[in-house]
Design a protein around this ligand. Structure first.
Ligand code: ZN
Length: 66
């Protein structure tokens, strides 16, 4: 079967930075190891590991929790 290629689709996550506590929409950075997967906070430039925010993170486009 043939599916339309979705190459270039970005994984957007709404992340609350644990350092500056500001929310930002982050694109998941693919690292060479699991611990290098995460986001870079545009406010304080801290690298936020995915596993650090995984419980709080939610896919962009999902219904707001609050
Ligand atoms: Zn930050």
């Amino acid at each position: 079967m043939t599916l339309v290629s979705e190459a270039g689709v970005e994984m957007g996550y709404e992340v609350d930075c644990p350092h500056c506590r500001k929310a930002f929409l982050g694109t998941l950075l693919a690292g060479t190891a699991a611990r290098y997967r995460g986001f870079k906070c545009p406010h304080c430039r801290l690298f936020v590991p995915l596993e650090r925010v995984e419980s709080a993170v939610k896919h962009a486009g999902a219904a707001p929790a609050a």
